[in-house]
Design a protein around this ligand. Structure first.
Ligand code: 13P
Length: 335
């Protein structure tokens, strides 16, 4: 295993207050987001949109790594180069989503298991050839009546660990993403319990599968009250409970915790990350970073709307949200 290279890449991905831009929406998810804005839902439009995103001037001031999707990493740009080259040329490390999606879990109504382990070793080798330096796998945990079950948490944690081991074997830093969804009316405290249980199981499985923790990045949910919970906690409460939860369950060897945005507004996601860094940056062993898709892209996608005459305004919006999150890593975000 290329131990030192993996450690260096993982550290670089969370260095200098930068974070990840996730543009790895699966085709069905991208279609849904385009449909809501009346944007044509075809391969060419996805290509044009993502080319506009990655060519945002100054993006690398705030973004260390970009997560691509299988379709995107295979597309040729109009100048003949690849997305990997476009990113690498500006100093952004390219990565790739390698799971094949969360599917209904047999015997577990309302719960999902992420698929994609079959043939993964071969696919990882191909992505390495294409220039990817890290990989991402997302597991989904749902809070509801009598769920999540232990069976669901355990199966997802094991799949994450097996993917992480294969990624490190291939020389790719695994971005380990166990997402406890914010859908539902559960409280902040309940989300904290479920997130802690999930993280403990994930790290137990990572240990069993001999994953080198110094060479991974954790991409978790923030600890949040459910979207329809009557009690919506303050930014400071969310920050304190999230950090307390992670302090109990995430080993100090992990270089970085890069939160997903999960459907929070762009402003709240930045404000909560900012609050964590203001108060706890010097107290926690890992970098507190971001790996946002919606919270960075959403305003830009709305402005763009499928019309290239809006490219500059959309890129300005994208640059702005990326910079907001860099500021949040410094505890300097101003809403
Ligand atoms: P969101 O930030 O939109 O939740 O996306 C995170 C993600 O998993 C994409 O890689």
């Amino acid at each position: 295993m290329k131990t030192q290279e993996l450690i260096n890449t993982a550290r670089t991905l969370v260095a200098n207050d930068k974070g990840f831009l996730a543009i790895d929406e699966s085709t069905p998810t991208c279609k849904k987001r385009f449909a809501k804005l009346g944007i044509p839902q075809n391969e060419e439009t996805r290509y044009i949109y993502r080319e506009m995103i990655v060519s945002t001037p100054g993006l690398s001031e705030s973004i260390s790594g970009a997560i691509l999707y299988d379709e995107t990493i295979r597309q040729q740009k109009s100048d003949g180069g690849s997305f990997v080259k476009a990113l690498t040329d500006v100093g952004i490390i390219p990565g790739i989503k390698v799971d094949t999606g969360a599917k209904a879990m047999a015997g577990h109504p309302g719960e999902k298991i992420t698929e994609g382990l079959d043939g993964l070793r071969g696919r990882l080798a191909e992505y390495v050839q294409m220039g990817a330096r890290f990989a991402k796998w997302r597991a989904v945990i749902t809070i509801g009546d009598s769920i999540p079950s232990r069976g669901c948490i355990e199966a997802n944690a094991q799949a994450l660990a097996r993917y992480a081991a294969l990624s490190q074997e291939a020389g790719l830093v695994p971005i380990v993403e166990p997402e406890v969804l914010m859908d539902g009316d559960h409280t902040l405290e309940h989300c904290c319990e479920v997130t802690e249980e999930t993280l403990r199981m994930v790290f137990d499985q990572l240990y069993r599968q001999r994953v080198m923790l110094e060479g991974i990045i954790l991409k978790p949910n923030m600890v949040l009250p459910g979207l329809t919970c009557p009690q919506q906690n303050s930014v400071e409460e969310v920050a304190a409970v999230t950090v307390a939860c992670f302090s109990r369950a995430v080993p100090a060897a992990v270089p970085g915790v890069a939160f997903l945005s999960g459907g929070q507004s762009s402003e709240l996601a930045s404000a909560r990350l900012n609050a964590m860094n203001i108060k706890f940056k010097s107290q926690v062993p890992w970098e507190l970073s971001f790996s946002f898709a919606r919270a960075i892209q959403q305003p830009a996608m709305g402005i763009w709307g499928g019309d290239s005459t809006n490219n500059v305004a959309a890129q300005d919006a994208l640059y702005h949200r990326a910079k907001c999150n860099r500021d949040a890593r410094r505890g300097e975000y101003n809403a």
